[in-house]
Design a binder for this molecule. Structure first.
Ligand code: ZN
Length: 284
């Protein structure tokens, strides 16, 4: 996400989960390994909400405001899922290989606080997707906007498109799609934030984004990647992004002409900057 601190995770993060018994027998078991461990973790219990027509199961931490009145959360999730799948050009439910084979729902966990997120996953993050399974974790706290769209974009790109063929060199593509799907942050578009970076001489080149994405500051790398993805999407559509996802390191990067056109585009936009302290407090 567009913050100066790595508070928001990515699908690349690996969490350490304590395995212990904690949930009730009636809590539905998710199929993902980490999700199943979390459901069984000591000290946590869950209100599970099945949304089979959405391919989702929500696990809301018991004792939180959201568990007592889950309607707002459920509506937000459904809206985010609808938006993200539409952006990605993906159907709500994939055709099943066999009618007898029940499709496993994605498991989305909602924790009541940063402390609980840290205690459960070992990560002080606002949200992240567990690699290798359709499992995501979010902090869902009053007056905080969880990065639903950003993380769902990760979940569905990996679930539907597979691992990016470019490996580490595709990190800008993975995160850029997350930022693009996430939409504006505190009302500021990635383009405006990229223009702000350009005005301060800090907009990275596409080569830098590709070669050292994780070395760049998050509030530099994320909006730059989001702006670049939006630029490519307008020109090439989602098919262009998907083709890059499936391309090796040499082909996934925009060529010199496209890179130059992106910077010219950014230079025409009114620059903006983020109030990082506010983002950390409120989310995007
Ligand atoms: Zn991300």
């Amino acid at each position: 996400m567009q913050t100066g601190v790595r508070k928001v995770g990515t699908q690349l993060l690996v969490s350490v989960i304590a395995v212990a018994c904690g949930s009730t027998d009636s809590t539905p078991r998710p199929s993902g390994l980490v999700a199943a461990r979390v459901v069984a973790a000591a000290g946590f219990s869950w209100r599970a909400i099945d949304l089979p027509h959405r391919g989702l199961r929500l696990y809301i931490q018991q004792g939180t405001v959201a568990a007592a009145a889950p309607r707002g959360l459920t509506e937000s999730v459904v809206r985010a899922q609808t938006d993200v799948l539409a952006l990605l050009g993906e159907p709500l439910i994939l055709p099943r290989p066999s009618a007898n084979l029940p499709a496993d729902p994605a498991a989305l966990f909602f924790l009541g606080s940063w402390d609980d997120m840290r205690r459960l996953t070992g990560r002080p993050l606002a949200g992240f997707v567990q690699p290798g399974e359709a499992t995501a974790f979010f902090v869902w706290a009053p007056d905080y906007r969880a990065p639903l769209r950003h993380e769902l974009a990760h979940l569905y790109t990996f679930q539907r498109w597979g691992l990016p063929a470019g490996g580490e060199a595709a990190t800008w593509l993975v995160e850029g799609i997350g930022v693009w799907a996430g939409g504006p942050c505190l009302g500021q578009s990635s383009d405006a934030l990229a223009a702000g970076l350009l005005a301060r001489g800090r907009l990275p080149s596409v080569e830098d984004l590709s070669a050292r994405f994780r070395d760049l500051e998050e509030n530099v790398a994320m909006p730059a990647a989001g702006s670049l993805i939006a630029f490519i999407q307008v020109r090439e559509g989602i098919a262009g992004l998907r083709a890059r996802w499936r391309s090796g390191p040499d082909l996934l990067l925009p060529d010199r002409a496209l890179s130059a056109a992106w910077r010219t585009h950014v230079a025409r936009i009114r620059p903006a900057a983020l109030d990082i302290a506010r983002v950390l407090q409120e989310g995007c």
